[in-house]
Design a protein around this ligand. Structure first.
Ligand code: C2E
Ligand code: MG
Ligand code: MG
Length: 932
């Protein structure tokens, strides 16, 4: 509720004071009023009572006065008075009582005997006189009556027995004024006699009384009513009544009016009213004051409380507690407001606690909501965006739900799902068991979880490979099966392709060198006794110049055409492999008895037979000459290796004239010369080792994450006696074959560690890769030697990486694993060199704890142009990343390849594009790649 502007604040104190004052005032006023009215009434009644008394007094007083007057007349010495002469003036009696205006002596019959009259005497009416005489005569006792003419008089007839014994009647008339005056003096009341207010004969204080009677008559017409009046007049508060005069006193119908002033009584009422009002006022003031004092503290508490309570809504609990503090000190007599204070404090505590817990709950709620949101997003992403198929179905196979990805793979509409069976979705396994057959243990409850690898076939026919995990889920309504399938189609395809590639050459689809070697060895083993076996090595003449002239694409094309050419050429049982860049080898298993094939093969199995075909080139065709060298099994070599190396040596040694033709080794007596060459090279190597003529070249390895050179690879060079620098290709094979390799490797390792030390001393922190042959690497003393060299040179082992040619490393996997562990303990890292060539080792990658893989140059060099290389490299990068290995691409020769490799997620680049191998002094370590 909000306050409106029209509302006026009126403090409780004011309200209470006002109410107390009002109640008190009303109570006192009504009390005073009642008292006052009662006093008025009492006074009035007292007035009337007094008036009644006055009338009684008046009557008695008049009667008494009449008796005295009659006695006075009775005392008169009648006969004496009768004897006095008529002229002798008023007898003594009259002179003693000046009120007597007439005196008459009558005989008992009523005959007037003598009369004395004063000057202003008024005679009584004759009728009245006669009536009274008769009355006295009838009953001899005085009879008196009042009569009024212009004045009021009393006439009295009294029987008197004279001394002579004769009866007489004495009649006296006296003025009534003295009687009224005496009454007035006695009672302090005024009296008047008359017939009406306008005919008043006599009145005490005549002027004032008459005007008062007139005023009263006007006001109340009291004159002829018996009721007394008590009223305010111009003369004050007057009490008056008019009553007929007792007819024993009066002759005619005379009204007696008595009135008196009751102002004293009124004054006393007024004064008591005044006193009451004053004392009421004082009482009122005292009450208000007492109330105020009694309630002051309570009201202050209440005001304070009412000011404090709004703080609850502001959550200002401390302020509230402060403001209530001075009123909540312990007191002995707690009242309701104290209780209220404590209650408000309790409420504040509870509210504060509640707010605190609400805030905490709110925080927790927000946190939970955020978490839920994240979880929901995660779940949504998991259910719909990840390459996971999530399917739910009843135990009878009826589908309940299938996520987006699953529907995409199956090619189902959302509305299809519920009308389908899981059997329509997941194909039977190779033995023909449906998914429901496979899940029987799960459905029956014997197992809680099941796994399978089963396919999904799309409506359009394409197949997806999935690895499934199935679980039985108890829902409220019925149990169901929840199946989650990981789509491994891509991986499968890549694996298949890699598996295939591991044996084949991607460009020509022929066997690669390794596979050829393996299969050829097996075939020799199988047919050596029954068939003629020849190994034929083919080399495309001037292949590199074709490549340069027409581009790599055409070069690849030429390789493929050559492969097909060779395939067409040979009719007998054969295997053909691509054993070098432009080198092909075929193992011919010749069944001399099989005349058709033998006949056909005879055509080219002739020394000097020219081999050529035409390669299509846009609108032209170029002649491609193939040089072939044939090694006869046993004659020219026992093993495949022997035959291959003999062929290679013969190829290298062929004179130009022999190129483009078939050459039988046996006819090439020259291979002795080749052997001679080998021997010479061996001697040169031994000499160079002795004379310290091996030098290290360094090739930088560029870190794409950090955008700078962080590694270098050591590449060995041999300096000839005449100062030429020989690349490893010239001497390494011979060194390997003659067991010199470990010496070279240790020499290189020592020089590399010394270089590391020099760099460290110059504050250059580069890592150095050292190529090491498997023989050296696997020898028992390798680790010891390494530790010794590290100690001798003081180089940091953490800066060292060994490069082992992948195929060599896995020859003895267990050894390699153990060694890797030892190297890891020394903080030395390991790289797989020339990765991808063999492919046989791909699966071993996860078993060997190598840190880097170096993708072989042959995949990188033309990657910018070859889609197939891109696909291969991408899958190698993905696989390596999945296994947590860093990838180095070797043989990067141009910017396009560098950018492509960066996009693919390769971590390091090495190649002529960055730098050719050079001496340490010529390294540009601050090199950065130009950005596009
Ligand atoms: P690798 O370890 O794979 O070394 C890379 C080879 O590729 C080096 O040849 C290098 O000069 C070359 N190279 C680097 N970038 C490019 C490029 O962009 N284009 C081209 N076409 N080639 C590039 P190098 O120095 O002739 O070495 C050949 C092989 O000899 C090495 O291959 C390695 O297996 C072996 N080798 C070299 N030095 C040593 C060594 O000290 N000890 C051992 N055991 N083997 C060594
Ligand atoms: Mg290397
Ligand atoms: Mg390499």
């Amino acid at each position: 509720m909000t306050r409106t502007n029209a509302q006026v604040h009126l403090s409780l104190q004011t309200k209470l004071s006002f109410i107390v004052t009002l109640i008190m005032a009303l109570a006192l006023a009504s009390n005073i009023s009642i008292d006052y009215l009662n006093s008025l009434k009492t006074t009035e009644e007292a007035g009337f009572k007094k008036l009644d008394t006055q009338f009684a007094i008046f009557e008695q007083f008049t009667e008494r006065s009449t008796e005295l007057f009659e006695q006075e007349l009775n005392q008169i010495p009648v006969e004496l008075y009768l004897k006095t002469p008529r002229s002798s003036g008023l007898p003594k009696a009259l002179s003693v009582n000046p009120n007597i205006s007439e005196l008459r002596i009558l005989d008992f019959n009523g005959k007037e005997l003598r009369v004395w009259q004063s000057a202003n005497s008024t005679s009584a009416p004759k009728v009245l006189q006669q009536q009274l005489i008769n009355k006295v005569r009838l009953e001899p006792k005085p009879a008196s009556r009042i009569f009024c003419e212009s004045q009021c008089y009393q006439t009295s007839f009294t029987p008197v027995i004279a001394d002579s014994g004769r009866p007489y009647i004495v009649n006296g008339i006296r003025d009534l004024s003295p009687v009224l005056l005496a009454f007035n003096t006695l009672t302090n009341s005024d009296a008047a006699l008359g017939n009406s207010p306008s005919r008043l004969f006599i009145a005490t204080n005549a002027g004032r009384t008459k005007s008062l009677i007139n005023e009263l008559e006007k006001k109340t017409a009291f004159f002829h009513s018996d009721a007394p009046v008590y009223t305010n007049t111009s003369q004050g508060t007057t009490v008056a009544a008019s009553r007929p005069l007792n007819d024993t006193l009066s002759h005619s119908a005379l009204q007696l009016v008595l009135l008196f002033d009751d102002r004293d009584a009124q004054a006393s009422i007024q004064s008591s009213l005044k006193n009451s009002l004053v004392s009421a006022g004082v009482a009122l003031l005292l009450t208000v004051l007492m109330t105020y004092l009694a309630l002051r503290r309570a009201l202050l508490k209440l005001v304070n409380l009412s000011n404090a309570i709004p703080m609850l809504s502001d959550s200002s609990y401390d302020r509230l507690r402060d403001s209530l503090a001075k009123y909540t000190k312990q007191t002995r007599y707690n009242d309701e407001i104290d209780q209220l204070n404590y209650t408000v404090l309790d409420v504040a505590d509870a509210l504060e606690e509640m707010e605190g817990s609400v805030a905490t709950h709110r925080q927790e709620l927000l946190h939970t909501i955020a978490e839920l949101k994240e979880t929901q997003e995660f779940n949504n992403a998991l259910v719909n965006d990840s390459p996971l198929v999530i399917a739910a179905f009843r135990l009878n196979g009826q589908m309940i739900q299938l996520n987006d990805y699953g529907r995409k793979l199956a090619g189902w509409e959302k509305s299809d799902v519920e009308n389908r069976s899981v059997v329509d979705l997941i194909l039977p396994d190779p033995i023909g068991h449906t998914i429901l057959d496979n899940l029987k243990p799960l459905i029956s409850g014997r197992e809680t979880r099941a796994q399978s690898e089963q396919l999904i076939r799309n409506e359009k026919g394409s197949v997806s490979y999935l690895t499934w995990i199935h679980a039985k889920v108890a829902t409220r309504s019925e149990p169901m099966i929840l199946s989650v399938g990981l789509d491994v189609t891509e991986r499968r395809r890549t694996e298949n392709r890699l598996r295939w590639l591991s044996k084949h050459d991607a460009i020509t689809d022929l066997l690669n060198r390794e596979a050829f070697h393996t299969e050829a060895t097996q075939l020799i083993e199988q047919y050596r006794d029954t068939h003629t076996i020849e190994l034929m090595m083919f080399d495309i003449d001037k292949f590199s110049s074709y490549n340069d002239m027409y581009g790599f694409q055409h070069g690849d094309n030429m390789l493929r055409e050559t492969a097909r050419f060779i395939e067409r050429l040979i009719a007998c049982h054969t295997i053909i492999g691509r054993t070098g860049t432009n080198e092909f080898s075929a193992l011919l298993i010749i069944d001399e008895d099989d005349t058709t094939t033998a006949e056909k093969d005879k055509v080219f199995r002739v020394d000097g037979h020219a081999l050529r075909f035409y390669s299509a080139l846009e609108n032209d065709a170029i002649e491609v000459n193939i040089t072939a060298v044939v090694a006869r099994h046993q004659e020219d070599g026992e093993t495949v290796d022997d035959m291959l190396s003999n062929c290679a040596a013969t190829l290298r040694a062929l004179k130009p004239i022999d190129r483009g033709k078939v050459n039988y080794i046996s006819s090439q007596v020259d291979n002795r010369a080749a052997r001679q060459e080998k021997v010479q090279m061996h001697d040169s190597i031994v000499k160079a080792l002795a004379e310290d003529r091996f030098v290290l070249y360094f090739q930088p390895i560029y870190n794409l994450d950090r955008n700078r050179i962080t590694h270098c690879e050591c590449l060995v060079r041999m300096q000839t006696e005449d100062g030429r620098i020989l690349a490893p290709v010239s001497f390494l094979d011979i060194a390997k074959a003659s067991g010199l390799m470990p010496r070279i490797d240790y020499l290189v390792l020592k020089m590399a560690l010394m270089q590391l030390r020099v760099w460290a001393d110059n504050n250059i922190h580069l890592k150095l890769s050292v190529n090491i042959t498997a023989d050296t690497f696997e020898s028992d003393r390798f680790i010891k030697q390494l530790q010794q060299l590290l100690t001798d040179t003081g180089a940091n082992s953490g800066q060292l990486i060994f490069e082992v040619v992948e195929t060599e490393a896995i020859n003895n996997l267990e050894n390699a694993k153990a060694l890797c562990k030892k190297l890891d303990a020394l903080d030395v890292q390991i790289a797989f060199d020339d990765f991808g060539i063999g492919f046989t080792s791909f699966e071993y990658l996860r078993d060997l704890p190598v840190d880097f893989i170096k993708i072989d140059q042959s995949f990188i060099r033309y990657i910018y142009k070859r889609k197939s290389d891109q696909l291969l490299v991408k899958s190698m990068v993905d696989m390596a990343q999945a296994l947590g290995k860093k990838v180095i691409a070797e043989g990067v020769e141009d910017q396009g390849s560098a950018e492509l490799l960066r996009e693919m997620g390769v971590h390091y680049l090495q190649g002529y594009y960055i730098s050719k191998p050079c001496k340490a002094s010529r390294l540009d370590l601050n090199y950065t790649l130009p950005t596009i």
